[in-house]
Ligand binder design. Structure first.
Ligand SMILES: Cc1cc2nc3c(=O)[nH]c(=O)nc-3n(C[C@H](O)[C@H](O)[C@H](O)COP(=O)(O)OP(=O)(O)OC[C@H]3O[C@@H](n4cnc5c(N)ncnc54)[C@H](O)[C@@H]3O)c2cc1C
Length: 528
């Protein structure tokens, strides 16, 4: 195994200047990665502590890592991007349907220009397949012109109306009820997991410390420094705090007397279809939106599957069912998707999932500086477009912190702003493809047969800078466990590889952190 802090992929080495810790019990991970005391972070207060390592917090950490600052990114979950950021439609939006003049519209406009370069630098898979909004009733057809005008008001100039015949030419399986639609060329597919991972990897390389598995349960406010207090009593000193805790933002804000806002989870359920269903559609097929929701879309995924969803169901804050799927939700997704695509209901479903949007009564993208105390920033209501805007929002926040909080920004001349081409970059560049010269023998031993992932790629991912140590974290990096068997065939072999490579006992391996152990206690020994 490669020494902590140093990852080797093929010919590339990345020295992380930041430190990664898991706030886990003994034996749950290597001792070098385990957080046991705030002293491990050094005595000095951080210039900025970001609470929430979703795509928004990771994007901000990435942006701040370009400056000479001490930054800590902390999350209660056990990987980056493990909250709402892991369960969305995975689209990079053009902003055609935003409210013109809003901050969301501005951020989407900027992000659309940012994404191709960002994806290339950070190796985030992106596919500009384009979208088609489909009207399937006379009433919806009448709304197309207004939607086209709205798109142009958002500076999305290439949106135009299509006839039903033009849609059928592009989409042979479009519903026979289609009346017409809007071509939206700027909609793209992305790997939603890799966005958070890539941001965090660069941030870590540039010196940002990352602490996972640490819930912030309280805030002690002070004059020159504040302290964030974890649920198990560690005190983390901070000059400035950014509350990027998504659905946890209200509870966190209560801890520092943050201003008035109300949030609730708006659940979105999805159906994921087998790769055999992928040829059914060529574009992202979107319904005509309502005032409440963008509606159920049918879209290819960047991984080669087909996706339908989401629903939009408002639930009370802290509802434990906010990310559950339901019979009614599955039915509604199938009905909604079938209104756009003929034959959808006959396709094989391999997984269902649900994500919870952070819906805020006060609007989208609510940002309050010096909220409750000097140096505290509250960010909430990043509801439906945060994957897309993560990059432009980070820039907006850094500008705001400079102006409103007096954050001094001195560029770090050693900062990286790319993941190198020669890095083991993830599932999209396979060791046996394109004349790769860095393949090892274990890259020839398949372990996940649905996605055809090798033992070598699992080990490479385990050694990658963020040291994934749960099965879900490994899944998001390699695609193992995501195929049509959903781990039925390979989970045991994978666990053995992880255990052998890291030294973590099989009994301590978890799906997504302590409390989700793969085997019940006493069951870890496999009978001969
Ligand atoms: C159904 C659905 C479809 C969507 N589709 C798209 C799309 O196609 N394109 C797009 O751009 N956007 C989409 N979005 C929106 C996008 O997913 C979100 O805007 C984005 O993920 C929000 O990121 P975040 O970092 O703010 O929140 P999160 O990812 O939820 O991150 C917040 C983090 O804070 C942590 N946290 C909370 N409380 C605490 C605490 N007390 N201590 C420590 N950590 C804490 C949580 O564990 C979590 O990891 C969709 C969302 C949903 C739900």
């Amino acid at each position: 195994m490669v020494a902590p802090g140093m990852a080797q992929f093929g010919t590339w080495q990345l020295k992380s200047r930041g430190r990664l810790f898991y706030n886990w019990p003994p034996d749950a991970c290597e001792e070098a990665l385990r957080f046991t005391s705030a002293g491990q972070l050094g005595g000095e207060p951080y210039d900025v502590v970001i609470v929430g390592a979703g795509v928004v917090g990771c994007g901000l950490a990435y942006r701040l890592s370009m400056y000479d600052l001490r930054v800590l990114l902390v999350d209660r979950l056990h990987d980056v991007g493990e909250g709402t950021s892991k369960a969305n439609s995975a689209l990079i939006h053009s902003g055609y349907d935003a409210k013109p003049g809003s901050l969301e519209s501005e951020l989407l406009h900027e992000a659309e220009a940012d994404w191709p370069g960002l994806a290339a630098r950070l190796k985030i898979p992106l596919d500009p397949v384009g979208g088609i909004m489909m009207a399937v009733t006379d009433e919806q057809e009448r709304q197309l012109e207004a939607n086209e005008k709205n798109a142009h008001a958002n500076r999305v100039a290439d949106v135009r109306i299509l006839s039903a015949d033009e849609i059928r030419e592009r989409e042979p399986n479009a519903s026979s009820s289609v009346r017409g639609g809007l071509l939206v060329p700027g909609e793209s597919l992305a790997d939603p997991f890799m966005a958070s991972i890539a941001f965090a990897e660069i941030a870590l390389a540039n010196g940002v410390d990352i602490l996972l598995g640490a819930e912030i349960a309280g805030v002690e406010l002070g004059q020159a420094r504040h302290h964030l207090v974890t649920a198990d009593g560690h005190r983390l000193p901070a000059r400035r705090i950014v509350n990027a805790a998504g659905l946890g933002s209200r509870r966190l804000a209560d801890g520092y007397g943050g201003g008035a806002f109300d949030i609730n989870p708006r659940r979105g359920q999805f159906l994921l279809f087998d790769k055999s269903a992928r040829p059914l559609v060529q574009h992202i097929l979107l319904p005509v939106p309502t005032a409440h929701t963008k509606g159920v879309l049918v879209s290819p995924t960047i991984f080669g599957n087909l996706l339908a969803g989401p629903t939009a169901e408002d639930l009370p804050l802290d509802d434990p069912a906010a990310t559950h799927t339901t019979v009614d939700g599955i039915r509604r997704v199938l009905e909604g998707g079938s209104r756009l695509v003929d034959g959808l209901a006959r396709q094989p479903i391999i997984a269902t999932y649900a994500g919870a949007r952070c819906a805020c009564s006060q609007g989208s993208y609510v940002i309050q500086y010096n909220d409750g105390a000097p140096g505290v920033v509250t960010l909430t209501g990043v509801r439906s477009t945060g994957l897309t805007t993560s990059i432009s929002l980070a820039r907006h926040l850094v500008d705001g912190m400079q102006k409103e909080l007096g954050l001094e920004l001195s560029p770090d001349t050693d900062a990286l702003d790319a993941r190198p081409e020669s890095a083991w970059p993830g599932w999209w560049r396979r060791p046996f493809e394109n004349g790769a010269t860095d393949a090892r023998a274990d890259h020839g031993c398949a372990v996940c047969f649905c996605e055809f992932i090798s033992e070598g790629e699992i080990r490479d991912a385990l050694d990658s800078p963020l040291r994934p140590r749960t099965m879900d974290a490994l899944k998001r990096r390699t695609r193992a466990l995501t195929g049509r068997c959903q781990g039925f065939d390979c989970q045991v072999s994978l666990a053995e590889i992880v255990s052998g490579h890291t030294g973590i006992g099989i009994a301590q391996l978890t799906k997504n952190g302590p409390g989700s152990e793969l085997v019940a206690s006493g069951q870890a020994e496999v009978p001969a």
